[in-house]
Ligand binder design. Structure first.
Ligand code: GDP
Length: 443
């Protein structure tokens, strides 16, 4: 997952600060030195790093911090806010024209993920905004791109406008817009050609397409694995095309994240989506705030809950959220959660989003998907009393459960430990101790 190294470094820097009563100016400087190194190591553009560190220092070294009761946390807060601002501050929504169809053109280097992303965005628009998109295959130089888009269109059951490789991209784009009007489609997503490097011919062609169909959005697709180079590419595309937004792909890879953190600052255009895998639904609206708190180890509870909402039916999702928030978990819930988590996608992804995801605690709750069956058997061998009151578990009960489920006492112990760890995590997610508070608060 992206940002792992950066997250680890920043979090360990901040951990050192958290415990201190008072933070001196020298402490802040030392901390910012670490932050600076961490960002550079994450391949963030050096100009961006310089500005970032200065901005934080300016705010953090001032009285704001010195007067505060927990200055360490205050600094983290400033870093969090600045990191959020760096990535654009607020979520930036994809445009919607008052006079549909809304024309969206995707541009970028070859291999950045344009074709895949056209389909992902179309799927997103239909799934979350109830839109009816048409896909346009205007990448005529990579013949496979047209087939690829057609296949994706079939898979999604969405219309694809293509004229093979003989028509010009301009004619294809125009034709697609006409067809969308006739078919009552409210979005046209145009896949365009890419090259290995930025070149004039490509830019000319993209400019012609732009002039011909005047897109509301020109989204630059950026492979976040390309690091520093991504920023240069973004700059030249933006100079010549005036893009309106960026989409970062391959954030699921082990990219150091520098591109994500630099592109907005360097180009000034908002990041609208993040691609997180090869599958068609592996795309997320880019939330700067959530990304920042994820990097700083504050967890990404909102994303998690959102995922829960779209993956499971409403009633159960609400129930799950309530339980998560109250940290009031029984073994039956645990089982149910495993089931739901299984429906939400790879377990690792999900666990990564939880607070403290990069910390040691994670290792203990990593649930091997192949073992879910065994876990299920163990829980089903418990009595109702045991399920609701895990604390009654003693050696003889464990022995009985192990026997009943065809597992070993070690397996039972491991599960009990996982369960406790998960409960602890739930508590963390809700911001600490829930004792004495009303059950299901905020759920
Ligand atoms: P194009 O040349 O820009 O049209 O790029 P493609 O859409 O053909 O994508 C190039 C490769 O990147 C393909 O193998 C895609 O499956 C892959 N890809 C695209 N987006 C993502 C992503 O978010 N994560 C991962 N892991 N792979 C992606």
């Amino acid at each position: 997952m992206a940002f792992e190294g950066l997250a680890e470094r920043l979090q360990s820097t901040f951990d050192k600060m958290k415990g201190r009563g008072k933070v001196s100016e020298a402490d802040v400087k030392e901390m910012m030195r670490e932050v600076r190194l961490a960002l550079l190591e994450a391949d963030v553009n050096f100009k961006v790093v310089k500005k970032f560190v200065n901005d934080v220092k300016e705010r953090a070294v001032g009285q704001e911090v010195m007067k505060s009761l927990t200055p360490g946390q205050q600094v983290i807060k400033v870093v969090n806010e600045e990191l959020t601002a760096l990535m654009g501050g607020e979520e930036s929504k994809i445009a919607a024209s008052r006079k549909p169809p809304t024309v969206v053109m995707l541009a970028g280097l070859q291999g950045a993920g344009k074709t895949t992303t056209v389909a992902k965005v179309a799927n997103h628009l239909r799934k979350h905004h109830n839109r009816k998109p048409l896909l346009a295959a205007a990448d005529i130089y990579r013949p496979a791109a047209i087939d690829q888009l057609e296949t994706l269109g079939k898979q999604l059951d969405m219309p694809v406008y293509s004229k093979g490789t003989d028509a010009s991209p301009v004619d294809i784009a125009k034709g697609a817009v006409e067809e969308a009007k006739e078919a009552n489609c409210d979005y046209v997503l145009i896949d365009t050609a890419g090259r290995l490097h930025v070149d004039e011919e490509l830019m000319d062609e993209l400019q012609q397409v732009r002039e011909a169909v005047e897109p509301e959005e020109i989204l630059l697709v950026i492979d976040s694995m390309t690091g520093q180079d991504a920023v240069n590419v973004a700059e030249s595309f933006h100079e010549q095309l005036e893009v309106t937004g960026a989409i970062l792909t391959k954030l699921d890879g082990d990219t150091r994240g520098g591109a994500a953190l630099s592109v907005r600052e360097v180009t000034g255009v908002p990041i609208k989506f993040a691609g997180t895998g090869e599958k068609i639904d592996e795309i997320d609206v880019f939330h700067p705030e959530r990304m920042a708190s994820r990097i700083l180890g504050m967890g990404d509870m909102l994303s998690l809950i959102e995922k829960a909402e779209t993956s499971v039916d409403d009633e159960r999702a609400k129930e799950l959220q309530k339980k998560m928030k109250s940290a009031d978990l029984t073994f039956d819930d645990f089982l149910e959660q495993l089931e739901q988590v299984r429906n939400m996608g790879p377990l690792d992804d999900l666990l990564q989003m939880m607070p403290g995801a990069n910390k040691k605690a994670m290792k203990n709750i990593q649930v091997d998907e192949s073992q879910i069956g065994r876990v299920e058997a163990i829980v089903r061998s418990m009595t109702k009393h045991e399920k609701d009151n895990p604390s009654v578990m003693n050696a003889s009960r464990k022995r009985r459960i192990a026997k009943g489920s065809g597992t070993t006492i070690q397996d039972v112990n491991r599960l009990l430990k996982q369960f406790e760890d998960m409960k602890k995590m739930m508590k963390q997610m809700t911001g600490g101790n829930q004792k004495g508070k009303k059950k299901g608060k905020g759920g």
